[in-house]
Design a protein around this ligand. Structure first.
Ligand code: CU
Length: 249
């Protein structure tokens, strides 16, 4: 809490890994450590080529691992609740200075660069091999704040829905956001690659679909069963923004 921050102690020059999980139900966070640059090393547990950033924008259920090299001083680690008037604060302390960040501290890094997941490139060990899709599934994200009627393809979730897929297929999922909100989409039972221009992108299991944009993801159908695909905004999934991918024999 901003008025009662946790303090983490380290020494100047220490290299520290921060593992950040957005465990919120309907809050995205913008996170930065004052006076420090962060190096992204993983997202959703999968390694990426190390990429420097000032701040992270993290949707619900997304995870990022970053490295920082601690400077000499007392620094605010701040997570702003995106679009809400709230924040979280912790302190990194590497000396005995009495100059503590105040509850209203706003590190300038919060307003600097963020790196969208589509700009990350996967480490070779986890890159999805290049392969033409065997099956393409297009899903539209519908709903509005006014009616709070979130769904896929205008059909709120029922337990009998199936998007059929077959074991061994490379599946391409195109998620078209026809709403003015953004939605962190999460797939169970698999991890996918964000599609890049020439190659497969970062490996993840949750990814943001921006308002009026589309997200294209590829995955290998290698885990037979019935698997949820859903928005990770708890309230959106509860009103129906969920569906099931079902393996057929
Ligand atoms: Cu949503």
């Amino acid at each position: 809490l901003p008025h009662a921050p946790t303090t983490y102690h380290a020494r100047p020059g220490d290299r520290i890994r921060l593992r950040i999980i957005n465990a919120g139900a309907d809050t995205a966070f913008r996170l930065a450590l004052g006076d420090h640059e962060m190096t992204i090393t993983h997202t959703d547990g999968y390694p990426v080529h190390h990429t420097k950033t000032d701040a992270l924008l993290i949707g619900m259920a997304e995870r990022y691992d970053v490295l920082i090299t601690a400077k000499d001083g007392v620094f605010p680690l701040t997570a702003l609740a995106e679009g809400k008037n709230a924040k979280a604060l912790a302190i990194l302390r590497t000396n005995t200075s009495k100059n503590l960040p105040t509850p209203t501290t706003h590190p300038k890094e919060l307003n600097r660069r963020t790196i969208p997941a589509r700009r990350l490139t996967p480490h070779e060990s986890v890159a999805l091999p290049h392969h033409h899709p065997d099956r393409e599934i297009r899903i539209r994200l519908n709903g509005s704040m006014k009616k709070f009627d979130w769904s896929f393809d205008h059909r709120p979730y029922t337990t009998t829905q199936r998007h059929p897929i077959h074991q061994g297929e490379r599946i391409r999922l195109t998620l078209i956001n026809a709403t003015s909100m953004w939605h962190p989409l999460h797939l169970h039972g698999h991890t996918f690659a964000l599609t890049g221009i020439n190659a497969t992108g970062a490996r993840k299991d949750t990814a943001l679909v921006l308002p009026h944009h589309k997200l294209v993801i590829d995955f290998d159908a290698d885990n037979p069963g019935l698997w949820m695909l859903h928005c990770h905004n708890q309230y959106h999934s509860e009103t129906g923004m969920m569906t099931i991918l079902g393996y057929r024999k």
